[in-house]
Design a protein around this ligand. Structure first.
Ligand SMILES: [Zn+2]
Length: 176
């Protein structure tokens, strides 16, 4: 708990070098060397790892990962940003926790999830992919009906006009 407090009191200063905030799949794919880097994750990530087949194998590695759960004020910022970019329906609670923790400690997110990357970009949080190529620009999503092509700003369950499913499309892209 002592190190935990240090992070929260003076941001990044308690650590030398960069702090990474990997998502569950970044850890499970084994493509990042969590033993040699400073990693911080919200407890949701640890829970997701423990649930899976890799849970037992990962016990050793998980001792070196520090757990910080996000403060509500950062969660609010993340929620607002995700709502604005249209990524909110595509993010799990753990995804949001990861972004909020990275925001709080000025960490670098490691994730291949485009929605997670998109919101991080919006909040000017540094991020890296762990396999796939990262998004090049920030995407703002619009929503379009698969049936009649009607466009909507908000995600709807079905089209108001014809009742078909709604899918999303990139509305515009801003340079990062
Ligand atoms: Zn329609």
């Amino acid at each position: 708990m002592k190190e935990n407090e240090m992070v929260q009191e003076d941001g990044n200063k308690g650590f030398s070098g960069k702090i990474f905030v990997p998502d569950t799949s970044a850890i499970l794919t084994g493509k990042i060397d969590i033993l040699s880097m400073k990693c911080v994750v919200p407890s949701g990530v640890i829970k997701e790892i423990r649930k899976g087949k890799m849970g037992r194998l990962m016990d050793h590695e998980m001792c070196v990962i520090q757990i910080i759960d996000p403060k509500e004020k950062y969660m609010e910022i993340v929620r607002a940003a995700a709502r604005e970019t249209g990524d909110l329906p595509y993010l799990s609670q753990t995804d949001m926790d990861i972004i909020a923790v990275a925001l709080e400690i000025n960490g670098i997110i490691i994730s291949d999830d485009y929605s997670l990357q998109n919101v991080s970009s919006k909040l000017k949080i540094e991020f890296q992919g762990c396999g796939l190529e990262c998004i090049k620009s920030r995407i703002r999503w619009g929503y379009v009906c698969k049936g009649c092509g009607a466009k909507y700003e908000d995600k709807l369950e079905e089209c108001k006009i014809c009742g078909h499913k709604i899918t999303r499309y990139p509305l515009d892209q801003e340079e990062r």
